[in-house]
Unconditional design. Structure first.
Length: 73
């Protein structure tokens, strides 16, 4: 697993997303900017991303992530 894998996974479901993963191995800080977050609470935004990464989190491929989500405006 690397930063590009994270970008690819998220943009496959959120094509407009700007994804900036920082880290390596199984620990990343991930900033995601997407119009899909408009009108959603921060919790709902994080749940969207956690759902996309759920299998990696469950398997331990990603052990710890910190999310920063926002809309483009």
């Amino acid at each position: 697993m690397n930063a590009q894998d994270i970008i690819d996974r998220i943009t496959a479901s959120l094509p407009d997303a700007q994804v900036i993963p920082e880290g390596e191995g199984c620990q990343f800080k991930i900033t995601v900017t997407s119009a899909a977050f408009a009108g959603k609470t921060r919790l709902a935004q994080h749940q969207m991303i956690n759902k996309l990464l759920a299998d990696w989190l469950a398997s331990g491929a990603l052990h710890a992530i910190t999310l920063n989500t926002r809309t483009p405006t």
